[in-house]
Design a protein around this ligand. Structure first.
Ligand SMILES: [Zn+2]
Length: 355
């Protein structure tokens, strides 16, 4: 599931520290996707990474004071190019990526690293994304690409797969958004009660995923209009958009499962007697304590495996409805609550909901 359970405690300063040691060890990657506010925290991190590469003070990189550091902070360093959507409605155009390509293959002014920063990289259209992908596949030496995005699910998966992902804490914590509260409604009490209670929870998740798929489809209408306005017509376009719908839906489904997993992880921490401060959903500590009462660490870990397994099954295109129902029936509840033996006959027929 590619979830780093400890990420909720990572601060931007720690992330920069990691970049420092990668840089010192000559292990810096050539492309990073920085998930965060492209006008806020993500941009600050990008500036710091660039300062690390360009700073002339070898003893205290980045010093923040030398001309390289100062020019980097102002986005006027000659060896860094900052690209952003031209207009609110138009996104990042293929012409801008062509500029990036020309730039990437030029020699540097200062003889060192060259950097390309894409602010709101998710705003690239398909043509621009594919063009960038070619450069990411065969990157020029000593060139770093930083893609900044607060909507990484809107990026082409092929582009994402070329980048190392760095999530800023705001975007890991994702506090209080609508989706999170809907997922938590499902998470609270998940695994307890009788068969019908478990099935009710499973249905709630299935319904939530259906709703998400509809939302993605609705949003895709806009992609089509956008694509047509770029003259990206042709038979491929519908297929490409179908692919984007699926990719975006899967990204959002992953987020839902990740939140469920983080909830179970909190239950496990609670069952292991760990401090409240280590919880991901600290604001729901009371509810977590109540739900974890009587739950053993082994049971909690088992529930985590069930979610991981559910995610793996969904990625193998097994029918969503039956995968989710089966998983929910397997959740272990504390021994104080009656746990009914479940026969496979409890499973409803799958099929609707599809993939
Ligand atoms: Zn400096």
């Amino acid at each position: 599931l590619n979830i780093q359970l400890s990420t909720s405690n990572i601060e931007p300063i720690d992330i920069l520290q990691k970049f420092k040691s990668s840089f010192a060890g000559g292990r810096i990657g050539h492309a990073y996707l920085i998930v965060g506010d492209p006008r806020g925290a993500a941009a600050r991190l990008a500036e710091n990474i660039l300062q690390l590469l360009f700073c002339s003070d070898t003893s205290a990189r980045p010093c923040g004071k030398c001309s390289h550091c100062l020019r980097t902070a102002k986005h006027i360093h000659p060896d860094a190019i900052w690209i952003e959507p031209i207009k609110k409605s138009r996104g990042i155009l293929v012409e801008q990526i062509e500029e990036v390509q020309r730039y990437a293959f030029q020699t540097t002014f200062e003889g060192g690293w060259k950097a390309i920063v894409l602010l709101s990289a998710d705003r690239m259209n398909i043509e621009a994304s594919n063009k960038l992908l070619k450069t990411l596949e065969e990157p020029p030496p000593r060139t770093i690409f930083l893609l900044l995005s607060d909507q990484p699910e809107a990026l082409l998966p092929t582009v994402v797969s070329r980048c190392q992902r760095v999530a800023l804490p705001d975007f890991v914590a994702e506090s209080g958004d609508a989706l999170q509260s809907e997922v938590l409604d499902i998470a609270v009490g998940m695994g307890s009660g009788e068969t019908e209670d478990k099935l009710r929870k499973a249905c709630a998740l299935i319904d939530l995923l259906k709703k998400i798929r509809e939302q993605v489809k609705t949003a895709s209408g806009e992609w089509l209009i956008q694509a047509e306005s770029y003259g990206e017509a042709g038979e491929d376009i519908e297929e490409i958009i179908e692919g984007r719908i699926e990719a975006e839906y899967r990204e959002r489904r992953k987020r839902v499962l990740r939140l469920l997993l983080l909830w179970q992880r909190d239950l496990m921490l609670c069952a292991s007697g760990l401090a409240e401060s280590s919880l991901f959903f600290r604001s729901a500590a009371g509810t977590i304590h109540a739900q974890a009462a009587g739950l053993t660490k082994i049971q909690a870990m088992n529930n985590i495996s069930i979610i991981e397994n559910m995610y793996a099954c969904l990625n193998q295109h097994l029918p969503e409805t039956s995968v989710i129902e089966r998983a929910f029936m397997q959740f272990t509840c504390p021994p104080c609550l009656p746990m009914r033996r479940l026969s496979s006959g409890c499973r409803r027929e799958a099929g609707e909901g599809g993939t």
